[in-house]
Design a protein around this ligand. Structure first.
Ligand SMILES: Nc1ncnc2c1ncn2[C@@H]1O[C@H](COP(=O)(O)OP(=O)(O)OP(=O)(O)O)[C@@H](O)[C@H]1O
Length: 265
């Protein structure tokens, strides 16, 4: 039996205002993510990957607007929720892992305080000690050694790879149904990339989360994603099982991506 669809994006269209006119940068994008499954969204720089992530989370920049489409999280259309309800769902049911861990953290808060704040903001009524225990447990799950000490450290005291795993833990602590990860390994060296990818793979499998993993690198996606969708100038030009797409790419743009990926192996 096919696992059930968690996130279903249908015919998404996003425009950005350029002076007085609207330029459409995302057109008729449809994606489906099932429980426990990683969908790799691949595309060239400027193809619209980050705007799709932002649209899913209701975090488009002021110049951009959703013009059409649906983003169904199970049966709820995120594009049509009042802002207050969307804020409750964001983080708790659909969470974001950013590209650059160094700029995503608040430098004046310890790692533990980041977790306390996230849990408090989403109504966790446990004591401070219970919330910190929760933080330590998820930090251990993402493979960070000495998690009990890490909660007392500030972001600058951790390496980029460790901090990215902290952010993954922070995104996962409320056990969202879907994780959206926009190029989460860009700022990392190859060893840390591998650690982060395996941490994402394990989290999704263990908690049956769905994940949208964004990259411009098909080879990198092939280490984590089962399904893929290929984005080219704002449109999905090909999608399916990543192994099939890599074996027999149909679109000229996908063939170029596959050749680039093969040359990295
Ligand atoms: N705030 C904005 N104002 C105007 N245009 C924007 C804005 N954000 C993005 N765009 C345009 O929308 C298109 C898609 O941008 P987006 O950042 O989503 O691409 P991307 O695939 O994520 O690129 P990269 O891999 O380089 O991050 C680009 O043409 C970009 O110039």
């Amino acid at each position: 039996m096919e696992p059930e669809a968690l996130l279903h994006v249908q015919d998404l269209k996003v425009g950005v205002r350029v002076g007085k006119r609207m330029k459409f940068v995302i057109e008729e994008v449809s994606l489906m993510i099932r429980r426990g499954e990683v969908l790799g969204l691949v595309g060239e720089s400027g193809s619209g990957k980050s705007l799709i992530c932002a649209a899913l989370l209701g975090l488009l920049p002021p110049a951009a607007d959703v013009q059409a489409g649906q983003v169904l999280l199970e049966s709820i259309d995120l594009l049509r929720l009042p802002p207050k309800r969307l804020r409750q769902i964001r983080g708790a049911q659909i969470a974001f892992i950013p590209q650059n861990p160094m700029t995503a953290c608040n430098p004046s808060l310890t790692i533990g305080q980041h977790f306390l704040e996230t849990l408090r903001a989403h109504g966790n009524s446990g004591s401070k000690r219970e919330r910190l225990e929760c933080a330590v447990a998820i930090l251990e799950q993402v493979g960070l050694p000495r998690a009990g000490q890490i909660v007392g450290l500030y972001p600058f005291e951790l390496s980029g790879g460790m901090l990215q795993r902290v952010l993954i833990a922070l995104a996962a602590v409320l056990q969202p149904k879907v994780l959206v990860a926009d190029e989460p390994t860009t700022a990392l060296d190859p060893d840390n990339q591998e650690l982060v990818l395996s941490c994402l793979r394990n989290l999704c499998a263990e908690h049956k989360m769905g994940m949208l993993l964004v990259s411009h690198d098909l080879h990198l996606l092939s280490r984590c994603a089962r399904q893929t969708a290929v984005l080219h100038t704002g449109r999905i030009v090909e999608s399916g099982l990543l192994c099939d797409v890599m074996r027999d790419p149909q679109h000229a743009f996908t063939r170029a991506l596959v050749n680039a990926a093969v040359s990295k192996v």
